[in-house]
Design a protein around this ligand. Structure first.
Ligand code: SAH
Length: 263
């Protein structure tokens, strides 16, 4: 089944936006993944098509209504089930466990669990998430509970809406989908795989403003190059991200180079 991101937003015209360009955009055009941006306002019921109201208890701004958002989520579920059975009939049979498992339902939210590469890998391995984008002061708490929304944050700062966060999440997932990245290795050796930041990269020219490419990289000695890169990745992680360094997986800790530069 094609990996599919469904985005619930008040601004569907923001999509695909940057996701329509380069790696993700080419993959989208060639059907390696699918994107569905649905307008939350289509679920509004009153004549003004209102989606928000003032916060109970007072305070500034507006809050997205639970009833409208729940209706938008339910409509997206119905559409996505119809989509899957369409794809299923006449094509290969899916593992029934996958068919039944509900798609992850995410809510972009500064209060959420910070997004990590590990979570991205999990989301990329599934059917693809439904992502709710908040706006204004956020969404009514009751819809988060009633529809089991998993709050996801892209960092400790506040955006004006969830759309850019949803794009960040989708972009990170899409580049991991089979067939999207030309060379598989570029997905497995980069930052955060193995709990480390990536080593520094160089390309021609050989000398740039008096700075040469490190000699070892031109040596052709693959074992030495691998050891140098490993040591650089460890030193960078230790100095820049002591939190990642302390939390790296046990297998990675066991592999720590004896010759890592001190950080
Ligand atoms: N009043 C809220 C902020 C609302 S910002 C608070 O203080 O927590 C409006 C919307 O932008 C949010 O509902 C959310 O969907 C999105 N958003 C803002 N910052 C975000 C972040 N760091 N990560 C993910 N989504 C974010």
């Amino acid at each position: 089944m094609t990996w599919r991101a469904t985005v619930l937003t008040l601004f569907p015209e923001m999509f695909p936006g940057p996701l329509g360009i380069s790696l993700a955009g080419r993959a989208l055009a060639s059907g390696l993944w699918a994107l569905e941006a649905r307008d939350i306002r289509d679920a509004a019921t009153d004549k003004h098509r209102s989606v928000d109201d003032t916060p109970a208890g007072g305070g500034p701004g507006m809050v997205l209504r639970a009833d409208v958002l729940a209706a938008a989520i339910d409509a997206a579920d119905i559409a996505s089930n119809a989509f899957s059975s369409e794809v299923e009939t006449g094509s290969r049979q899916e593992n029934p466990a996958n068919q039944e498992s509900r798609r992850p339902r995410l809510l972009m939210s500064p209060r959420g669990r910070p997004l990590t590469q590990q979570r991205v890998v999990e989301l990329a391995a599934g059917r693809g998430p439904l992502i709710v984008c908040g706006r204004f002061e956020g969404v009514d708490q009751r819809v988060i509970e009633a529809r089991g929304l998993e709050e996801v944050s892209i960092g400790d700062y506040v955006l004006s809406g969830g759309e850019l966060g949803a794009m960040v999440l989708i972009d990170a997932c899409v580049r991991l989908l089979p067939g999207v990245m030309g060379k598989l290795a570029s997905g497995t050796e980069e930052s955060f795989s193995d709990g480390l930041l990536e080593y520094p990269q160089y390309t021609r020219p050989q000398a740039f403003e008096g700075r040469p490419i490190p000699e070892v990289l031109l040596s052709g000695d693959h074992a030495r190059i691998a050891a140098w890169r490993r040591a650089q990745a460890e030193a960078l992680t230790r100095t820049r991200r002591p939190d990642l360094w302390a939390a790296r997986p046990a297998e990675a800790a066991a592999k720590t180079s004896k010759n890592a530069p001190d950080g």
